[in-house]
Design a protein around this ligand. Sequence first.
Ligand code: FAQ
Length: 311
Amino acid sequence: MDAELEREFDRVVGAEQRIEPRDWMPDGYRKTLIRQIAQHAHSEIIGMQPEANWISRAPSLRRKAILLAKVQDEAGHGLYLYAATETLGADREDLTRKLVEGRQKYSSIFNYPTLNFADVGVIGWLVDGAAIVNQVPLCRTSYGPYARAMIRICKEESFHQRQGYELLMTMMRGTEAQRRMVQDAVDRWWWPSLMMFGPPDAESSNTAQSMAWRIKRHTNDELRQKFVDMTVPQADALGVTLPDPELRWNADRGHHDFGEIDWTEFWQVVGGNGPCSRQRIEHRRAAHDDGAWVREAAAAYAHRQTDREAI
Ligand code: FAQ
């Protein structure tokens, strides 16, 4: 029986159709999806913090309204993604516990500080830019609820990327001090953005199996290269320098060559030792604890409604 179910699973995945929550799936497939989607959800939720740091200090009402909307979108993305894990049998409370206890990961990028307002623009341009390159292919991932969540998320991410670029363009047309702030932010965020795509393919423990299951559609290095190629002309148009002396066009490959990423730093950050790792988790834990009364009230209300319906 299992062999037959597995054949059907392989056929659906091979035919570029979607696996749906009630379909049979290998345990490893379910586990991998819960791991990846939960990490993705945690990234969206923790990812609200670096930019939210600037909401109260945004330089105009317009910038404040844009930033508020963006951070709220990120909360929404986290919620769609947690809902997608629930279709696989995961429990949201359990995932949150694992996050605050450091037993589940979130993207390395959100462990860096936001030191000036240009960081908000650079996060939009580079971090959302990298997120889009990584996530557009996930609209074709083999698990239906994840693929459908990604379609909406990508539409919103592309707005996020554009608002960041527009913010930076405005600052670059401003004063010399503003241009210096933008360059400083680019210098600090460039390398961490490249790390978002994960370790090199040779060290990526999950890629081969995730590609075979069509959860991932491209390898980490393929997507990183695509991001570099896409970003170089945008940096030129902005008038900023990407902080990599080895970055240059390679006509033979038809791609940009770039310098070696500091993988020691990457693994340090992934291991919970990034510049803001402790602060991010503490803040998340405090927000979760502060929200306990809301969850209790909602649960009590839901019980009362069920009791009423039963009368
Ligand atoms: N940070 O074998 P692989 C956003 C871990 S965008 C931390 O290559 P995989 C939007 C990995 O989990 C950011 N850990 O892993 C936004 C694995 O550990 P494990 C979120 C990382 O899964 C913008 C180990 O290293 N996007 O939030 C990282 O095949 C602005 C070995 O790696 C997604 O999550 C990292 N950068 O490939 C929000 C997209 N990279 O679990 C706010 C969906 C790797 O075995 C503001 N996820 N690790 O213990 C993916 O596409 C994949 O999971 C990858 C990693 C590509 C991230």
